[in-house]
Design a protein around this ligand. Sequence first.
Ligand code: SAM
Length: 268
Amino acid sequence: VRAFSPEYLRTTREGMWRESRAALEPLALGTRDRVLDVGCGTGALSRVLAEETEGTVIGVDADLGLLRIAREHVEVVGGDAHALPLPEDAVDLVVCQALLVNLPDPERVLQEFARVAADAVAVIEPDNARVRVESTVDAESELAARARAAYRTGVPTDVALDETALRNRFDAAGFRSVQTRSFDHTQVIEPPYGEDDLEAVRRAASGAGIAGDRQELLAGGLTPTEFDELRGAWRAMGRTAIEQVRDGRYRRREVVPFTVAVADVPER
Ligand SMILES: C[S@@+](CC[C@H](N)C(=O)[O-])C[C@H]1O[C@@H](n2cnc3c(N)ncnc32)[C@H](O)[C@@H]1O
């Protein structure tokens, strides 16, 4: 299991459900008494679910360190998405966000969700093949695309779950009547810069982020020399960004398409 830091989850989820929660409408949260958020991490989605339902929200994750943060907001329990620590029909709705992209057998996980859910299963997954980056640093968009393409090839899971891919997964897991809806999660760095913006730019300049993905990038086809070149270009891009931040000129816009897929639990 890939480890996620609380900082990574905080910055990547920042603002995701702040402006609009229209994409959550098919979950009918107002009608649910018990909602389970699987792979809840620090509880970024669990908090939104708790705001949208008067019922109980329970978070499950395999990483007990992350659950310590989620626990401040919702009930939590440690556990594996493939074998949830709950009996059949324990909740009305099972939800996950950015979990299936990390697991090699999403069908199996959806079937486990169907065991525990009495009514419905919903997943919210990113399509990492269609991420778009625009930046005032010329090289940034192209470097980000190159790293993402190699990463996508190098990871053993499907990290590009669009509407078609999710429909196919639900069908394969035995669900019918799947509803899907897509939306863009847009994150912007621009003046006045917040502390998170500055941290993101410093991280690019240090090469720390890309160094953390070295193994996946090599598995994705980069030679060690090509990886070193990419990292060098990445750090140079980060240094240019820092200079532009000093002048108040740096702007970056990243769009990550997400799909929400919801289906009733099939009859047993
Ligand atoms: C990308 S994070 C998403 C966290 C949270 N849902 C969010 O949107 O911020 C993926 C989460 O799934 C958890 N996870 C990965 N594999 C798991 C498994 N087999 N069982 C339970 N949790 C798992 C990780 O620990 C991590 O918290």
